[in-house]
Ligand binder design. Sequence first.
Ligand code: IPE
Ligand code: IPE
Ligand code: MG
Length: 247
Amino acid sequence: MVAPASKLTPRHIAITMDGNGRWAAARGLARSAGHRAGLTPVRMCIEECARRGVEALTLFAFSSENWGRPAQEVGSLMGLFLEALERELEELHAKGVRLRFIGERRDLPVRLQARFAAAEARTAGNGGLKLQVAVSYGGRWDIIQATQKLAKECSSGALRPEDISEARFAAQLALAGVPPADLLIRTGGEYRVSNFLLWDIAYAELYFSARLWPDFAVADLEEALAFFATRERRFGHTVARHSAAKA
Ligand code: IPE
Ligand code: IPE
Ligand code: MG
């Protein structure tokens, strides 16, 4: 059974940071300027989550499908990831953040792959906020890569197909060891999942904000948290039964 988070505060918040391109277009700027402006709310959310004792924060920065964007935009995003990481890593480390990147590493520039690995190693021992940044990530990719690992175990004889349980499967996913998402926030006004965490959002509360990501401010995050606090999470049970199971 899914263990409920505290009724009022999510243990794990996932955010689809959408609307950078529209934010830039509205100002007559290049899309890359919107992506750069999106770093401000990234810092704010990390800060706020750490301060409020949220256990995990997962940010959707670049999807499997975003590889289909013009090469110039993809290149500027990869450059921005590298630059932001170089600039912010030591401060994140000092704050006790444990940083991980989820997604298909092999498709990334080699230099970025190395930086990701180094940042993970540097912060691996930290006990503060678990921060996952999804780059070259797709929920379908994640399910496929987990399936491939289990299939290899089965074909080597180490695992019987009938022993594949939800727990064993989840242990192969990119977010293994991170509690399931309690709250999924999407900015930018679209009401869709766009291949973000498919397995992990099974019982997440969904919050959609019309705000374009670079404009997402503390008050907007507070609104999302206030929304979460009003939700009655039943996990498929009746209210009475769910309360009894918790007691
Ligand atoms: C989200 O903003 C960032 C990425 C997907 C990399 P967009 O770039 O999708 O911005 P819009 O949705 O076009 O405004
Ligand atoms: C989702 O936004 C991916 C990220 C925010 C990284 P998109 O802009 O790529 O999604 P669609 O195209 O609106 O579905
Ligand atoms: Mg978008």
